[in-house]
Design a protein around this ligand. Sequence first.
Ligand SMILES: Nc1ncnc2c1ncn2[C@@H]1O[C@H](COP(=O)(O)OP(=O)(O)O)[C@@H](O)[C@H]1O
Ligand SMILES: [Mg+2]
Length: 247
Amino acid sequence: MLLEVEGLTKTFGGLLAVSRVSFRVASEEVVGLLGPNGSGKTTLLNLIAGALHPDAGQVRLDNRDITALPANARARLGIARTFQLVRTLPKLSVLDNVLVGRLYGRDGSGLEAARTESLSLIASVGLRDKAQSPASQLTLTDQKRVELARALATRPKVLLLDEPLGGLNLTEVRAAVAMLRQVRTSGVTVVVVEHNVQAVRALCDRLIVFNYGQTVVEGGPDEVLAHPAVIEAYLGKSSGSNLAAFS
Ligand SMILES: Nc1ncnc2c1ncn2[C@@H]1O[C@H](COP(=O)(O)OP(=O)(O)O)[C@@H](O)[C@H]1O
Ligand SMILES: [Mg+2]
C-alpha cells in the first residue's frame, strides 16, 4: 500500500479536529476527501504532509512509518502538496518557484536538467509565456497552476491537493479539471480535498467523507454522493435530502 493513515488524531486546545481517522491509498489511486468546513480535511492533509504532527496514530508511506519525520523529509520521500490558500514564493519568478520544487524534491538533478524539466512542467500547466514573471503578478488561477507545477516538480509519489478549484470561475474550473485529469493519467497518486461535486466525480476513484473530524462514509463516487449521511453531513438534518444544494 502506498499511503496509509491509521488512527490519526489531532486536537487543538480542547478541540478534536481529527479523530481516529484511518484509510489507505493505493498507488495511482485518486481519492477525494469531502466534508463541511471545519470537518478536519486540511488538518488531515497537514498531518500527512508533516506540517502538523498527530497526538496519536501513524502515517506510512511505502510501508515505512514516517509519522516522526518533518515536512521536508517527507517531501524528499515523495509527498507533495498544494495549499487551500495559495502559497507561492511571491518575489520569485514562476520558473524559480517550480525550480525550488525540482531541486528539493525526490531524486534532485543538476541545475541545468532541473531548469529544463521545470520549464516543461510550466508549459504543461499553461504558463509557458509567464515563466519569467514574478509569481505575485499572476492571477489566482495562474498561481494555483504554479503551485501544481511546483508540487509535480518534486516528482511526488503522493500529491495532496487542498481545494484546487476553490475561488476559480467556471472557465478556470474547467481548465483546472482538464489539467488534473492529465495528472491522473500520468499515474500520480492523488488525495484531493474538493467541494465541487462534478469535478470530484470526474476525477476520483474513491471518496471519503468527514464530519467533525471523523470518517462518515467511504466508497465509490456514485455510492457516496447518494448516501443519506453525506447529504446530512453537508446540509444538516433539517434540510432534508436536497442534493441540488449539495452540488
Ligand atoms: N492551527 C489551528 N489551531 C487551532 N484550531 C485549528 C487549527 N487548524 C484548524 N483548526 C480547527 O480544526 C477544525 C478543523 O479545521 P480544518 O482542518 O481546517 O477543516 P476543513 O479543512 O475541513 O475546513 C476547525 O474547527 C478549525 O477551526
Ligand atoms: Mg480546509
